[in-house]
Design a protein around this ligand. Structure first.
Ligand code: ZN
Length: 67
């Protein structure tokens, strides 16, 4: 059961690496790419992800949980 307290504490902000806008992690997804041979997480807003933006070496998408 999701806790309301956790929900309030999780108003995390991030910056979309594609459009450089500040975004809430609730409206963002984490894309995994590979940079210099290492896996790296790229946080992008839903709009960019839906628009087809992908990091170099894209290997998968992880949607942030809203629970
Ligand atoms: Zn964006």
């Amino acid at each position: 059961m999701p806790s309301d307290k956790a929900k309030l504490n999780k108003a995390l902000m991030a910056t979309c690496v594609a459009c450089n806008k500040p975004i809430s992690t609730e409206s963002a997804v984490s894309l995994t790419g590979v940079e210099d041979g290492h896996h790296r997480q790229y946080t992008v807003c839903n709009a960019c992800a839906n628009g087809g933006w992908r990091p170099p070496g894209f290997v998968g998408m992880l949607a942030f949980r809203r629970e």
